[in-house]
Design a binder for this molecule. Structure first.
Ligand code: BES
Ligand code: MN
Ligand code: ZN
Length: 489
């Protein structure tokens, strides 16, 4: 992976390519004027020729003059005004255009925005990600070093290095999501969790199907009943000395969602290997939190199974009893995420953490409501919701808070059990799913994140690649950072 270095002052630096920031209407950012001088008088006509105005998303690479310090100059558009997300995105666009060059230098860390170097590093590294393992001709990026030149280069290098753990976590998450379902059985994913545990000295407990009855994981067992590959419930513990808080993360781990007997149409199944994104995010986040050594206790819980229509599958009308005893009449086996989360949340609730956050590709309805790039957020506690929203504002991952209206709960009243797994109402599916989950969190503070849209990126843009996005990892890490700070009395 790319190494960051602290380079020379602007007058003394040289090399293959220098990337400099430019704002709208070709307004120079730090270092850009010197770069412009190095191109010479033809610059404006060159900019006209490639239609470069300084808009976010634009990158113009132009050769320097014969005696210039750098061979080429990359002018990177930042738009009207920069914030950490525009820097992250601009860095992503830059990475895409210099990915064949081994040594790159930049002054983008000098843009006057808090956390500029960190955001730059995140965007640059995330954009160079590829999932190439199944291609006969992989094309990895050629970038080896990214050198910060100009002012404050040591601070920039330190900030960039500090950004790496969350990026590495998000890349693990992307890898797991992109992996096809025939290569990620529940057993395999539990093995990945064991690898993370080994590497970061986490405590791990993996429950196998013969323990589900004794552990009362009746809902997970019910979803797993139609699948050939055996399910797993994974529990990971990160327990640093002197923790300032206790956070529980619960991630939906459906390695393939066929819908079960309430079978999905073929086209709706195409992306359903993505349905374990919540679990993958939780693995990426706890890995990053442990790498950073944050002083916060973290419990990660991931129920992992396929949702398949085998001969022993749960039938519409069956009743399942999850760990906390609140029984469920299953009327649609395709509403399986909330079932496995009922067991996962019940287990998390018993440990009475300061906060439970669950993350799941839970509902098509949330995807419909908020589109491809924004996740839904629900909470039973407004302070907790604000904490997560505050963390996400720094990461560029967008969440939108949705309501938990108590009077909607009765649409899930069952004739024979405590609750049914779909509502009688035609609309508000994502809200009903959230209200369902609330039944399993007890008295704990809880935030539910529905990433059905953004778990999978649908276009090539900035630091996102088509496919598993890792959306949620950096926000959960930022949240853990915030909760790690000792509260002043
Ligand atoms: N995994 C799906 C939700 C989903 C849909 C995620 C599209 C990403 C993209 C979930 O298990 C599901 O099937 N939900 C149903 C619930 C319904 C049966 C109440 C849905 O949203 O249609
Ligand atoms: Mn489903
Ligand atoms: Zn699902």
């Amino acid at each position: 992976m790319v190494e960051f270095t602290a380079g020379a002052a602007l007058g003394e630096a040289g090399g293959k390519v220098l990337a400099v920031p430019v704002f709208s209407d070709r307004t120079w950012g730090p270092g850009a004027e010197a770069a412009a001088d190095a191109i010479g008088s033809a610059l404006d006509s060159e900019f006209d020729r490639v239609d470069f105005t300084g808009k976010l998303g634009q990158v113009a690479i132009l050769p320097g003059s014969a005696d210039s310090a750098f061979e080429t100059y990359a002018f990177v558009g930042l738009g009207e005004e920069a914030d950490s997300e525009t820097i992250r995105q601009a860095a992503g666009w830059l990475a895409r255009s210099v990915s064949r060059i081994d040594h790159v230098s930049t002054t983008l860390h000098m843009v006057d925005v808090e956390g500029a170097a960190k955001a730059f590093a995140e965007g640059f590294l995330l954009a160079l990600y590829r999932f190439d393992k199944y291609r006969s001709e992989p094309q990895p990026s050629k970038v080896e070093t990214m050198s910060f030149v100009g002012e404050n280069v040591d601070e920039a290098k330190a900030a960039a290095d500090a950004a790496r753990p969350a990026v590495v976590g998000a890349m693990l998450t992307r890898d797991l999501i992109n992996e096809p379902a025939n290569a990620k059985s529940p057993e395999t994913l539990a093995g990945v969790a064991a690898g993370v545990a080994e590497e970061h000295s986490l405590r791990i407990k993996v429950y196998e199907p013969d323990e589900f009855a004794a552990e009362r994981f009746g809902a997970l067992a019910g979803v797993a009943a139609g699948a050939h590959n055996p399910a797993r419930m994974v529990e990971l513990w990160y327990e640093p000395e002197d923790p300032q808080a206790f956070l529980a993360l619960v991630g939906k781990g459906i390695v393939f969602d066929s819908g079960g007997l309430s079978l999905k149409p073929a086209t709706a199944m195409e992306d359903m290997k993505t349905d374990m994104s919540g679990a993958a995010v939780v693995f990426g986040a706890i890995k990053a939190i442990a790498t950073l050594g944050l002083p916060i206790k973290v419990l990660a819980i991931t129920p992992i199974t396929e949702n398949m229509p085998g001969g022993n599958a749960t039938r519409p009308g069956d009743v399942l009893v999850p760990r906390n005893g609140t029984s469920i009449e299953v009327l649609n086996t395709d509403a399986e995420g909330r079932l496995v989360l009922a067991d996962g949340l019940s287990l998390a609730a018993e440990h009475q953490p300061d906060l439970i956050v669950d993350i799941a590709t839970l509902t098509g309805a949330c995807h419909v409501a908020l589109g491809d790039k924004i996740a839904g957020l629900w909470s039973n506690d407004q302070d907790a919701a604000r904490e997560v929203l505050k963390a996400s504002a720094r990461t560029g991952e967008r969440f939108w808070q949705m309501p938990l209206p108590a009077d909607y709960r009765k649409a899930m009243d069952s004739e024979i059990a405590d609750i049914k797994n779909i509502s009688g109402a035609r609309h508000g599916g994502a809200i009903h799913a959230a209200l369902f989950l609330e039944e399993y969190v007890g008295e704990n503070r809880w935030v539910h994140l529905d990433i059905a849209g953004p778990a999978r990126w649908t276009e090539e843009e900035h630091y996102q690649r088509k496919g598993g996005s890792g959306f949620g990892v950096r926000t959960l890490v930022a949240l853990a950072e915030d909760l790690s700070r000792p509260v002043l009395a």
